[in-house]
Design a protein around this ligand. Structure first.
Ligand code: SAH
Length: 559
């Protein structure tokens, strides 16, 4: 819940606007400022104070305790010109909240946290527990001092600047990734706890939470494993409603995942039990749940009266983000794509697309560019980098799934990497918006490139689209070496549509050279079309209204 503290008329007006924008997330606090701030602080995860920064700081001062746990606080001035992230920038989410508040109120977000302000990755923004000298090490990273990165494995970290490296021997500061509880930070070290451990738990009906936490804590302590590196508690699906187990995980702040019992039965474990097999249907719950998916058992089964626990270490999983950059202009690049680009330490794409977003990449990002053509090699290298544990972004124009890189990449990708897709504005949609409303009813995309698809297949689909009276968007309509396909496709459509059927040609949508032409099927000159053009041919119902192509939403069929 976000507490909105407002004590003046202007403040209350701005607070009402935020409450209107986020009705389920906000709660208003009025009355005397000191009392309102105190109540909001006690009841909310974040505060927006419509007060001067000075007043806010004075009221907050006695309440501040812990920068990881305190609510984040944003102060907004009376003239609502600025949304200032005051405290809890990272841990409390105030930096992000300042941006959201600014967006709703039309204010300027003010974020002063060094790592955010300079575009370097904040070491405490990875979503992983951080211990030690965050401020000192961040400072060293920013100052360009040699910082050694120590990790036994490759985790999908965001890019780090060149002064942070595994072989910085003269390092003044260290960043250590470890699940070993004996690795503790000093005043020049940050220890990050990567989510490497899965705690497998088996339990008899009615087990007490206390018994589970005691057993888990002892298992981790004895093996010197940091509880902060526990990714989740895993158990068999038949235990999904075991209250004591759920409560134990909840107390430690760990999510619970359940595995199908039949699959647990297939996992090879050191300590199977016939009794458990007879009762549950798998010879192991704790060990098998922990190791499920390829983990290496680091704590074999331990038992108490009603519970069993085992711990496995899992290898890091790299990530592949498949990102469409839209047709070209920056304002058609979705914020999610920007986030993923900045999270990636490796970016793979054609040079022209990389150039389009180079300013968004963080310092230290490794860029693998290639020329046109070797699409398969590009897809493979992106997947291979993710397999090595990196956070990889594979970029393409428009939508990366439409006649683009997502398919070849995902044909190679296995279950060993995490994949996210970020949708982009594909050429047909960018063109549609420029032309009017040509896609208002059923439509088909057809690529006229017969480099990888036999022409007969393409022709069959064009014929089907013609007979089905679909609006058709032609991608890859024409290139220097391929000039007869478009006239042929248009001839097929012309057999079913009148010569005055509207046709839209959009070249270089969203780019400086953008051009938009509305013509007719009978008048189209193929010389006006090239590889940077998408061609939208109307159906028999498409008309031109005030110069705009419109395909009506509902058809009244005239028999
Ligand atoms: N993934 C891309 C399509 C790649 S196929 C997307 O979703 O848009 C390449 C074809 O897309 C080009 O031959 C052209 O027909 C079309 N295209 C891509 N970008 C375009 C743009 N900015 N303007 C017009 N057509 C475009």
């Amino acid at each position: 819940m976000i507490g909105l503290v407002a004590v003046t008329a202007a403040g209350r007006q701005a607070a009402r606007e935020l409450a209107g924008a986020w009705p389920d997330e906000t709660q208003m606090y009025g009355g005397a400022a000191a009392d309102a701030v105190r109540r909001a602080w006690a009841e909310c995860d974040a505060l927006v104070c419509f007060l001067a920064t000075g007043a806010t700081v004075r009221l907050l001062a006695p309440l501040l305790a812990d920068k990881q746990r305190d609510p984040g606080v944003v102060a907004v001035d009376e003239g609502r010109r600025f949304a200032v992230a005051l405290t809890g920038g990272h841990g409390g989410g105030a930096n992000a909240l300042a941006n959201r508040v600014a967006a709703v109120l039309g204010a300027e977000p003010v974020v002063t946290t060094a790592t955010d302000a300079t575009g370097l990755p904040g070491l405490d923004t990875l979503g992983w527990p951080v211990e030690g000298a965050v401020a000192a090490v961040s400072r060293a990273v920013l100052d360009g001092s040699p910082v050694r990165l120590e990790s036994a494995q490759t985790w999908p970290l965001p890019p780090l600047p060149p002064n942070v490296s595994a072989d910085a021997h003269d390092a003044t500061h260290r960043i250590v990734l470890s699940d070993d509880a004996r690795v503790v930070p000093d005043e020049r070290t940050v220890v990050l706890r990567p989510p490497s451990l899965v705690v497998g738990v088996g339990a008899a009906r009615g087990v007490a939470a206390e018994e589970v936490t005691t057993l888990v804590d002892a298992a981790l302590a004895e093996a010197s494993l940091s509880p902060a590196s526990v990714r989740c508690v895993a158990t068999a699906d038949v235990k999904a409603d075991e209250a004591g187990l759920l409560e134990a995980a909840h107390r430690r702040g760990w999510p619970v995942v359940t595995r199908p019992t039949s699959e647990l039965a297939q996992v090879d474990v050191p300590n199977p039990s016939d009794v458990v097999r007879a009762e549950v249907g798998t010879p192991s719950v704790a060990e098998a749940s922990a190791a499920y998916g390829g983990g290496e058992l680091v704590v074999p089964k331990r038992k108490s009266a009603m519970a069993t626990v085992a711990v496995a270490r899992h290898a890091p999983r790299g990530g592949l983000a498949v990102i469409g950059l839209g047709p070209g202009s920056r304002d058609l690049l979705p914020p999610r794509a920007v986030d993923e680009l900045r999270r990636a330490s490796v970016v793979v794409g054609l040079d022209q697309y990389v150039d389009q977003v180079r300013d968004l990449l963080r310092p230290g990002t490794r860029v693998l560019v290639s020329g046109l053509g070797d699409e398969e090699a590009r897809a493979r290298s992106a997947v291979d980098e993710a397999r090595r544990g990196h956070a990889v972004a594979l970029i393409g124009s428009g939508d990366a799934g439409v006649y683009a890189m997502a398919s070849p990449a995902l044909e190679f990708a296995g279950t060993d990497i995490d994949v996210v897709g970020v949708p982009g504005v594909t050429a047909a949609l960018a063109a549609s918006a420029l032309l009017g409303a040509p896609l208002g009813h059923d439509h088909a995309y057809v690529s006229l490139s017969d480099l990888h698809t036999p022409w007969e297949a393409i022709e069959r689909r064009v014929t089907a689209a013609a007979e089905g009276d679909f609006v058709v968007a032609f991608y890859n309509p024409r290139s220097r070496g391929r000039d007869w396909q478009l006239p042929k496709a248009l001839a097929i459509l012309s057999a079913h549509r009148r010569p005055d059927t509207p046709v839209g040609l959009v070249r270089e949508a969203g780019r400086p050279e953008e051009s938009v032409t509305v013509t007719a099927l009978g008048d189209l000159d193929p010389d006006d079309v090239d590889m940077r053009t998408v061609v939208l041919v109307g159906s028999t119902n498409t008309t031109v209204v005030a110069g705009r192509m419109v395909t009506p939403r509902g058809y009244r069929w005239l028999s």
